[in-house]
Design a binder for this molecule. Structure first.
Ligand SMILES: Cc1ncc(COP(=O)(O)O)c(C=O)c1O
Length: 349
C-alpha cells in the first residue's frame, strides 16, 4: 500500500482474518493453522474474572498503571492505557503539528495511513542509513520507527534513536517509536527515557502476552500529549476486564521469564526450519515471527501452496520487485503438522 501517491486506501488487510482466507482458498474456517499474525501462540492464562469486575465501571486507582510502570520501567504519570496500541496509532498524528514524517517503506501500514489522514506528508525511508540522512538534512520534521519492525524484524539500537530524537527536538519534531514487539528484548526499549519532549512510545499487550483480543496497549509520552489523547477519548474505553487481566499479566514476572525463554528457543528453531525448507527466500526473525524475503513469484508460490494446505501465512505487497512472507510461530500442538505440510509443499523444489 502506498499512501504517497495520494490515493487513500479504503481499509487495510491484516493477518488473522480466517473468514477472508476461507473465501480465498475454499478451506473451512476451523481447518486453518493460522500463522498469519505475530501474536504469541502461548497466552498468559486468564483466570476467572470476578463478577464485580464485569459489573462495575473501571476507574484509575485499580493498580493497572502502577503494574505497567514496574513492567515497562517508567513513571506511572508518563503512561496511558488505551484500547490497543492501534488506538494511539490512529489518534496521535492528529495531535502533532503538521509536517513531513519519515516512514519505514515496509512496516505496519496503519501508521502510514493515520499520518496521511491527519494531513502530514509521508517520506519513505528504507533502513537506518536513509533515515539518518533524512533527519540530518532536515527533510523531515517527525519520524516513525517500528522497533523491532514488523514485518522486516529490523531493530534500531537505543543510542541511534536518541541521536535522532535530539536532532528532531531542535525543530520541535516528534519521534514515535512503536514497540509493540519489544517485550522479548526489553533492554532495547526507549521507555526508560520517558518522559522526554518529542518522544512517544507505543506498547501492546496483544503480542508477547498473546492477548490481542483483550484490546489493550499503552502510550508513553510527555504529560501534555497524554492529556490531549485522554481528553478526546471516551470514558471507560479500556474495559474493566481488560484492565483487571492486564494488571496481573504485567505483574507475573515468572511467567514473563518462561515466555521469553520459550519464544527465544522456538523462534530460533522456526527460523532454521524455514531456512532449510525455502531456499529461495532469505529469512530473518524476531521473537514472535520469522520473515522471508525474496522474488515476488517465489513468495506468492509459497503463500499459495501453504494456503491450499490450510496453513495461513502473511504475504506482503511487492516493493522494488521483492515481496515478503511472514510466518508466525506454530505452538507445539501445530508444529508436527506444519512441519509435515512444509515438507510436502517443498518436495518438488
Ligand atoms: C507493529 C504493530 N504495532 C501496533 C499494532 C497494533 O496492535 P494492538 O492494537 O493490538 O496493540 C500492530 C498489530 O498488528 C503491529 O503489528
Amino acid at each position: 500500500m502506498k499512501v504517497t501517491d495520494g490515493v487513500a486506501p479504503v481499509a487495510l488487510i491484516h493477518g488473522g482474518d480466517l473468514s477472508r482466507a476461507s473465501q480465498t482458498f475454499g478451506v473451512a474456517k476451523e481447518r486453518w493453522i493460522d500463522l498469519s499474525t505475530g501474536i504469541s501462540p502461548w497466552s498468559w492464562l486468564v483466570p476467572a474474572v470476578p463478577e464485580i469486575v464485569w459489573q462495575s465501571l473501571p476507574y484509575a486507582g485499580d493498580g493497572l498503571e502502577s503494574a505497567a510502570s514496574d513492567y515497562y520501567g517508567c513513571d506511572a504519570r508518563s503512561l496511558l492505557a488505551v484500547p490497543g496500541s492501534q488506538y494511539a496509532i490512529q489518534c496521535i498524528p492528529a495531535l502533532i503539528p503538521k509536517g513531513a514524517v519519515a516512514m519505514p517503506v515496509r512496516g505496519y501500514a496503519e501508521h502510514r495511513l493515520s499520518w496521511f489522514k491527519a494531513g502530514h506528508d509521508i517520506v519513505d525511508y528504507d533502513g537506518l542509513a536513509q533515515l539518518q540522512q533524512l533527519v540530518s538534512e532536515r527533510r523531515v520534521k517527525h519520524v516513525v520507527v517500528i522497533n523491532p519492525n514488523n514485518p522486516t524484524s529490523e531493530m534500531i539500537v537505543r543510542q541511534q534513536l536518541m541521536e535522532i530524537l535530539q536532532q528532531l527536538q531542535v525543530a520541535g519534531g516528534w519521534l514515535l517509536v512503536d514497540e509493540a514487539f519489544m517485550d522479548g528484548v526489553p533492554e532495547n526499549s526507549l521507555v526508560p527515557e520517558c518522559p522526554k519532549s518529542g518522544l512517544v512510545i507505543l506498547r501492546s499487550i496483544g503480542k508477547f502476552f498473546g492477548l490481542a483480543g483483550l484490546r489493550l496497549g499503552f502510550v508513553m509520552a510527555p504529560p501534555v500529549l497524554l492529556q490531549k489523547l485522554d481528553s478526546q477519548s471516551p470514558p471507560w474505553h479500556v474495559s474493566h476486564p481488560a484492565r483487571w487481566v492486564a494488571k496481573q499479566a504485567l505483574a507475573d514476572f515468572s511467567w514473563q521469564r518462561i515466555q521469553r525463554q520459550r519464544l527465544e528457543e522456538v523462534s530460533l528453531h522456526w527460523c532454521q526450519v524455514l531456512t532449510e525448507r525455502f531456499s529461495a527466500l532469505e529469512f530473518s526473525g524476531s521473537l514472535l515471527f520469522v520473515t522471508g524475503r525474496g522474488e515476488a513469484e517465489s513468495c506468492e508460490a509459497i503463500y499459495q501452496e501453504l494456503g491450499k494446505n490450510a496453513v495461513l501465512v502473511r504475504l506482503f505487497d511487492e516493493i522494488k520487485g521483492q515481496r515478503m512472507v511472514r510466518f508466525g510461530l506454530p505452538g507445539e500442538r501445530n508444529m508436527p503438522k506444519v512441519a509435515a505440510i512444509l515438507q510436502q509443499a517443498t518436495a518438488g523444489q
